[in-house]
Design a protein around this ligand. Structure first.
Ligand code: EPU
Length: 339
């Protein structure tokens, strides 16, 4: 395994900002991951696993440790019955290639998560979700290297602590596990309506009345292309903020002032408020702050137009979240992780 030094992480992250990695290596097997994890631990060097770099923001000082690009490949059907199929997937596989392959097999379960940048192994970290599906709904288990006990472990879905855009991997167990394989369960039956509103609207507008995984995938690709800027053309990390979660008393207060505020019920009794709507209300949609543009088609997305440092991004973020806090008394959270 080759170890490179002083590598500019802006070339490996889609926001294209921040400093260098002191060390960087590609790991193609679980054993290479284990070797890197053991060596860095022995030398007290911090370790960070990078997937596609589409949900990671790098500080200007860079990362004074080892950045490992997880390149573990694999796509293997491990169980197959009348209704379902289980597939074990290497953490380094490109997520959308995985979705495409399952759609080609006419399977349902992850087709609405089409065209999301990044790798399969990164998907459980933030419980990736889109258009009514999230990985927590399909993930049976994942295999990981446990850097605390220096062993390979299998974690079942319930052990991953999934909730909206969250898991133990970015919470209590942050930095502990390196995902090497994920196992998904997908279904052979056709996708069933009702679908996410944007998909229903698209089907109505295009007179689509027959639903297959491929038809859903095609719809999602079209909807996303319209709303989300391509990170290879305009540097961004998809949604830069999470949608806001508030309690019923907060909702009641805010609805008095803003009767048109959209809100969605969450299974735990709280409510999700689209942060894109909150930002839009502050008047910042389409504006550029410190070289970061609030996307004019979806205010949840920040595009790096001319920012040259993490500091620029942080200043823009703080102004946006400050404006939302001043107007709505809601503290919004950043979605991408920082190193
Ligand atoms: N909205 C506005 N103004 C905006 C943006 C959104 O008013 O500028 C309101 C509208 O009411 C709209 C609602 O927000 O109906 C929801 O918007 P949309 O369906 O576009 O979804 P989102 O909340 O902006 C979330 C995910 C996306 C995912 C879409 C579709 C998060 C943080 N983001 O965005 O995920 O693709 O739903 O399911 O939950 C990502 O995580 O990077 C990402 C792109």
């Amino acid at each position: 395994m080759e170890i490179h030094t002083n590598i500019p992480l802006k070339n490996y992250t889609t926001m294209r900002l921040g400093g260098n990695a002191r060390f960087m290596a590609d790991a193609h097997t679980a054993d290479e991951i284990a070797e890197l994890a053991r060596n860095t631990k022995a030398q007290s060097i911090p370790l960070f696993i990078l997937g596609g770099g589409s949900n990671t923001i790098v500080h200007d000082e860079g990362f004074a440790g080892m950045v490992v690009r997880n390149r573990i490949a694999g796509f293997e059907v491990i169980a197959d019955d009348a209704r379902t199929i289980q597939i074990r997937i290497g953490a380094g596989e490109n997520w959308d290639e995985v979705v495409k392959r399952t759609v080609d097999m006419n399977l349902t379960g992850i087709e609405a998560m089409s065209a999301i940048p990044g790798t399969a192994g990164a998907a459980p970290i933030q419980n990736v979700g889109a258009y009514g599906q999230e990985i927590a709904d399909s993930l049976i288990s994942l295999e990981a290297y446990d850097t605390e006990t220096d062993r390979f472990v299998t974690l079942q879905n319930e052990e991953c602590g999934f909730s909206y855009r969250h898991s133990i991997f970015r919470g209590a167990a942050s930095g502990r596990y390196v995902v090497i394989f994920i196992t998904l369960q997908l279904y052979k039956e056709a996708p069933q309506p009702p679908f996410y509103k944007a998909i229903e609207d698209y089907f109505a507008a295009n007179n689509i009345t027959m639903f297959t995984p491929q038809i859903i995938r095609d719809a999602v690709i079209k909807i996303r292309a319209d709303k989300l800027p391509d990170p290879t053309v305009m540097p961004n990390t998809g949604s830069f903020f999470k949608n806001a979660l508030i309690e019923d008393w907060q909702l009641a207060e805010l609805k008095k002032e803003y009767p048109d505020m959209p809100s969605y019920d969450m299974p735990d009794g709280n409510f999700k408020i689209p942060t894109g709507w909150l930002i839009e209300q502050t008047g910042l949609k389409g504006k550029t702050l410190h070289g970061m543009r609030v996307h004019d088609k979806n205010a949840l997305v920040l595009i790096n137009e001319s920012a040259t440092s993490y500091q620029d991004l942080a200043a823009a973020r703080d102004e946006i979240s400050g404006a939302v806090r001043d107007q709505f008394r809601i503290t919004i959270e950043q979605e991408p992780l920082e190193i």
